[in-house]
Design a protein around this ligand. Structure first.
Ligand SMILES: Nc1nc2c(c(=O)[nH]1)N[C@H]1C(S)=C(S)[C@@H](COP(=O)(O)OP(=O)(O)OC[C@H]3O[C@@H](n4cnc5c(N)ncnc54)[C@H](O)[C@@H]3O)O[C@H]1N2
Ligand code: MOO
Length: 392
């Protein structure tokens, strides 16, 4: 059985396919990874900008200033201020070249066209210099950045409205099992509601992937071969759940062999998710996740997620992790590496109850997975543990 660390390395290193680049408008760019550096088209801010509502002054010798005009945000007129003169100004408005400070209005007394201040103004105060954030032709975002909403705002502010990005992989979800019933229908004895499909679809949606319809396949060798054969030839990534263990009616492994899928690894020394399979056929990556729902979701985060990020050209491929103090004592006889559902609190991380790979209730409560390496039998409160942050 392969170790978690080796399996993760294989995921991150075994893909060398050429990625397709396309140009999208900024409003469609959320969740795509940049295929090229973004260079600022302008200085930002483009002019000396007031950061407060108040008075732009030309610092004089006394605390009195004469107000000679007004500049609002968006105005395009300049004033020539001499020492001791001021203009009324508002946040975001251009500060005249002849002004060297902005006084906030709360600290000003006004009488007709005269203002008085008790402040001793510092040169440059409350004025954002030209290019304070970024200069024209400077690097705004590096290729490989996965575009979030802040990036869209930032790129927009520097005048860029189209970006080159890598296209997203096409993904199929196949769930296997005679026992699966669509949620909303009557549940006969011996059956369970199909939950892996909706869970993985929503996971893909939340990460801005194209969301496929879930494909169902019964526990039958021929139909498993047929369904997997077509989905593998039509997609970049196929995510299968269930039927990958060793039972007589677990047909996924045998079907993948029949379809000449190259096994990269099968079975990882971990809990949950021991029977995880990862393989390739041509340029298609195939994951067979264990059917147990919490095992499937854990394997998604730890293995499928970094592969998807690799395929879409993102430079950051894995979930963030921190070393945090455990708030719980934990004992186990497990020799496999473990991923434990956990909640990060202000002063550390708490291990949740309900760790069974068949149970999703604790996963819903969790915001992190604690990773315990192989042969970790005891965790004592205060021990540092590797804590992987879930992206929700
Ligand atoms: N003799 C052994 N038996 C098992 C082993 C083993 O090493 N030797 N490994 C166990 C482990 S660990 C896991 S995990 C499971 C994985 O089995 P499969 O991947 O073949 O999954 P299934 O048997 O098809 O299903 C397991 C469980 O999950 C439920 N399930 C499956 N798909 C869905 C779905 N889409 N929605 C909701 N629930 C689903 C299914 O009904 C089963 O209860 O094997 C152990 N066995
Ligand atoms: O790999 Mo299984 O997930 O321990 O039930």
């Amino acid at each position: 059985m392969i170790k978690v660390e080796e399996a993760r390395k294989l995921i991150l290193t075994c893909d060398d396919r050429v990625r397709h680049v396309m140009e999208v408008s900024l409003e469609d760019a959320l969740g795509y990874s940049l295929a090229e550096d973004i260079i600022s088209l302008i200085d930002m801010p483009p002019f000396r900008q007031s950061s407060m509502d108040g008075y732009a002054i030309n610092i004089g010798d006394s605390s009195n200033y004469k107000v000679i005009g007004e500049i609002k945000a968006g105005d395009n007129h300049d004033f020539h201020l001499t020492s001791g003169e001021a203009v009324r100004i508002y946040t975001g408005a251009p500060v005249p070249d002849t002004s060297n400070a902005v006084l906030i209005q709360e600290k000003i007394e006004v009488e007709d066209d005269q203002i008085f201040t008790e402040e001793t103004p510092d040169s440059g105060m409350n004025i954002r210099p030209i290019g304070e954030q970024i200069r024209k032709d400077e690097l705004a975002l590096k290729a490989g950045v996965r575009i979030n909403s802040a990036h869209i705002g930032f790129i927009s502010s520097v005048g860029v409205n189209k970006v080159k990005v890598y296209s997203k992989p096409s993904i199929a979800i196949v769930v296997t099992g005679n026992e699966l019933v669509t949620n909303g229908l009557v549940l006969p004895y011996g059956k369970v509601y199909e939950s892996n499909g909706p869970m993985l679809r929503s996971m893909l949606a939340s990460e801005q992937y194209n969301v496929p319809e879930v494909i169902r396949v019964e526990d039958n060798y021929e139909s498993t071969i047929y369904t997997l054969g077509t989905t593998i030839s039509d997609n970049d990534v196929v995510i299968i759940t269930g039927g990958i263990s060793v039972g007589k009616y677990d047909f996924v492994g045998r079907a993948l062999k029949n379809l000449n899928v190259q096994e990269i690894f099968y079975k990882v020394n971990q809990k949950p998710g021991k029977p995880l399979f990862y393989g390739k056929k041509g340029n298609t990556s195939i994951f067979a996740l264990p059917g147990n729902p919490a095992a499937a979701l854990t394997c998604f985060y730890i293995y499928v997620y970094p592969l998807l990020k690799t395929l879409e050209g993102a430079s950051k491929k894995e979930l963030n992790s921190l070393n945090l103090s455990s708030l719980s004592n934990y004992n186990s006889k497990e020799t496999r590496a473990q991923f434990l559902k956990a909640v990060i609190q202000e002063d550390g991380v708490q291990i949740l109850g309900g760790q069974s790979s068949a149970m999703l209730s604790a996963f819903g409560e969790a915001n992190a997975l604690i990773f315990l390496p192989e042969n970790t039998f005891n965790i004592t409160k205060g021990d540092k543990v590797k804590t992987i942050l879930l992206p929700w």
